[in-house]
Design a protein. Structure first.
Length: 217
């Protein structure tokens, strides 16, 4: 990304309402745990004061569908402040996505990973969890003082997060930026060519100095 000045990692929350009995039956039979849920809503003011225009969200969902088909649509446990999916923290994959009007429905399959086992235990205990979308982009105020997600939005994935005990628990009136973290170079985990060249140069110098050390003579 060339210009990160106005881009944020944007996250949202939607509650998961799983069938605990079916989950326990699947665990007992050692079958895959599939959880249906609402993944996102377009053209709707969410609890963070943001709106995702349908055309923008649909564009990103259409691209994400390829990952779903390849069984590569991975998500993490908790909400990392990163624009990269960490394989070490993968807890599930999205197996289906479909629109009903302007609501995006989906199904997630809990993975056989350490993070996935944690999710299984939480679901088995009937603990309420949520699905949270993660993306990178900018927002702009409209006339109603709502933060509207802009054309540069890129969908990263959907994570499993803890649910608030009260409806307003994730609303911070002091800052309208909840669920938005400033995107910085380190979030992309990209190494610049100049940095690589400098590291190689420094390594060569260190080796050269080591070879001249009296220890070897």
């Amino acid at each position: 990304m060339n210009n990160l000045d106005n881009k944020y990692i944007i996250s949202e929350f939607l509650a998961i309402d799983p069938d605990v009995q079916k989950i326990n039956e699947a665990i007992a039979k050692n079958e895959p745990i599939i959880v249906p849920c609402i993944l996102q809503k377009a053209n709707t003011l969410n609890r963070n004061g943001r709106v995702y225009p349908f055309d923008i969200l649909k564009r990103e969902v259409d691209k994400y569908q390829q990952l779903v088909k390849e069984r590569s649509a991975m998500g993490e446990l908790d909400h990392p402040d990163s624009a990269v999916i960490s394989l070490a923290n993968v807890s599930h994959i999205v197996t289906e996505m479909s629109w009903k009007g302007e609501v995006l429905y989906g199904k997630i399959q809990i993975a056989d990973t350490p993070a996935g086992d944690t999710v299984k235990g939480l679901l088995k205990s009937g603990i309420k969890l949520g699905i949270s979308s993660r993306g990178v982009g900018s927002v702009k105020k409209n006339r109603e003082d709502q933060d509207v997600v802009q054309e540069d939005f890129e969908l990263i994935g959907f994570d499993i997060v803890s649910s608030p005990s009260t409806p307003g628990a994730y609303l911070f009136k002091e800052s309208k930026q909840w669920g938005m973290k400033k995107l910085i170079d380190s979030d992309t985990k990209l190494i610049k060519t100049d940095e690589v060249k400098n590291k190689i140069k420094n390594l060569k110098n260190s080796l050269s100095n080591l070879s001249k050390d009296s220890f070897w003579n």
